[in-house]
Each structure stands twice: as C-alpha cells, then as structure tokens.
Design a protein around this ligand. Structure first.
Ligand code: AP5
Ligand code: MG
Ligand code: ZN
Length: 215
C-alpha cells in the first residue's frame, strides 16, 4: 500500500511516517531527508541544495523526480511507500502518477494533515532529532523519557536543522501555499484525498491515519 502525506512544514509528516515504518514495515520516502543526505556529503551539488533549502526554496523538479524514480526501484519499496514531502509541485504530481503506473504501484490515499499555521512555527522551532539515529523530538510535545537521552538508541547528542528558524519557516509556508497546496485538486479529482486534523496530539493523528490505511 502506498500513500502520500501532505501538509505544510511542521504538520507532522515525518513524525507519522516514522510511526508507520515502525508499525507496518513501510518505507519512508522523504525527499527532504534525501536532500539533507546529499548536503551532508559536502559535494558541489550538496552545497547548492543546502543554499536553496536554507532559503526555503524548492529544488528543481527534474532532480527530485529522478531521485524518487531511482529509489522506488529498490525492492524494499514493495512493502509500501510513504511519500513524505513529495510531490510538492504540479510537475512532481504528474510525474509520480506516471511512475506509479509504470511500476504497477497503486496509490491508496493522499492524507492531508490540516493545521493552524501559527502553531507550526512553534513546532518547527522546538524540533530536534537524535544525532545518531535520527529519531525526532520536540522540546514540549515529544520529549525523550529521560531528558537528554535518545529513547531509540541511548545516544546523548542531538541536532537541529539549519532551516528550522522562524524566517525560513515562514518562507517555506509561503512556498507551500503557492506551489504545493494547489496540487490537492489533482488528487481530489482521483477521489484520493483524506483529511486528518493535524492539530490533535500525535497519538490521535496516528489513530486517524491507521483508520484510513485499514479502510
Ligand atoms: P522537508 O524536510 O520535507 O521539510 P517540510 O516539508 O518543511 O516539512 P518538515 O519536515 O519541516 O515538517 P514535518 O511535517 O515532517 O513535521 P515533523 O513530523 O518533523 O523539506 C525541507 C526542504 O527540502 C524544503 O524546504 C525544500 O527546500 C527541499 N525539498 C524537500 N522535498 C522537496 C521536493 N519534493 N521538491 C523540492 N524541494 C524539496 O514535526 C515537526 C515537529 O512537531 C517535531 O518536533 C514533532 O515532534 C512535532 N509534532 C509532530 N506532530 C505533532 C502533533 N500532532 N502535536 C504536537 N507536536 C507534533
Ligand atoms: Mg519532515
Ligand atoms: Zn537515537
């Protein structure tokens, strides 16, 4: 089963994707995480990506589409793919339709996490993750059981994303409104859009997402 998680920065796409990976063995395809890996490699391309990401700009469609197309050929994606942060433009949505058709991978649902934009700034500026395993946390909403120790791996160092500051978040939201929200009608026309209240707590969102997957 393949799904798209759609929503503005901080809506909870990554948080819910990680829960689905743990509970159902699905595969998280986060284009943001893939780009951060290229960035961390220090290559020329990685540097260019980093500059665009720090401005909150989108990386050109062709590169993103190529990245996802290649990743979808790996056998683990047969366990079900969760598209997290992709597609983000009309061009990406059309390319994904074509790719899924070609690879015989049907789309079960496009889950839109609906949220209040002002709350998102607080979510993003309070976000951090384990420097070792990448487990995600929040200063208020998702603290580790023991302060300063990762629940998942016991590591004690954490990191923050360079684009998680208020100015960049506002720019990313603007880009979401301008380029990404307009793709929702594309999926509405296919009868695939399901809305979930992303302002509910993490466990409630998880239950609502599970109900859609099990329907
Ligand atoms: P990307 O990494 O995709 O960032 P984003 O879309 O801005 O989304 P976030 O990862 O910030 O939010 P999220 O919804 O995953 O929230 P999370 O679950 O972590 O993209 C980054 C950049 O890469 C883009 O700006 C662009 O430059 C580039 N890029 C990526 N994909 C691209 C593409 N397809 N095309 C072109 N360019 C692309 O939650 C946030 C925090 O809130 C966490 O701390 C969490 O603990 C907490 N939280 C989560 N859910 C709840 C809840 N229900 N209640 C309370 N707290 C919660
Ligand atoms: Mg994310
Ligand atoms: Zn960890």
């Amino acid at each position: 089963m393949n799904i798209i998680l759609l929503g503005p920065p901080g809506a909870g796409k990554g948080t819910q994707a990680k829960i689905l990976v743990a509970d159902r063995g699905m595969v998280q395809l986060s284009t943001g995480d893939m780009l951060r890996e290229v960035r961390a490699s220090g290559s020329e391309l990685g540097k260019r990506f980093g500059e665009m990401m720090d401005r909150g700009d989108l990386i050109p469609d062709e590169m993103i589409i190529e990245m996802i197309d290649a990743r979808l050929n790996e056998p683990d994606c047969r366990n079900g793919a969760i598209f997290d942060g992709f597609p983000r433009t009309n061009g990406q949505a059309v390319a994904l339709d074509e790719m899924l058709e070609r690879k015989s991978l049907p789309l079960k649902a496009v889950i839109e996490l609906t949220v209040d934009e002002e709350a998102l700034v607080g979510r993003i500026t309070g976000r951090y993750s384990c420097a070792n395993c990448g487990a995600g946390y929040h200063e208020i909403f998702q603290r580790p059981a023991v302060e300063g120790v990762c629940d998942a791996c016991g590591h004690t160092e954490f990191k923050r994303r360079p684009d998680d500051n208020e100015q960049t978040v506002r720019d990313r939201m603007e880009v979401y409104r301008r380029d990404t929200a307009p793709i929702i009608p594309h999926y509405e026309a296919q009868g695939l859009v399901q809305r979930v209240d992303g302002m509910a707590d993490i466990a409630k969102v998880e239950t609502a997402v599970a109900a859609i997957l099990d329907a």
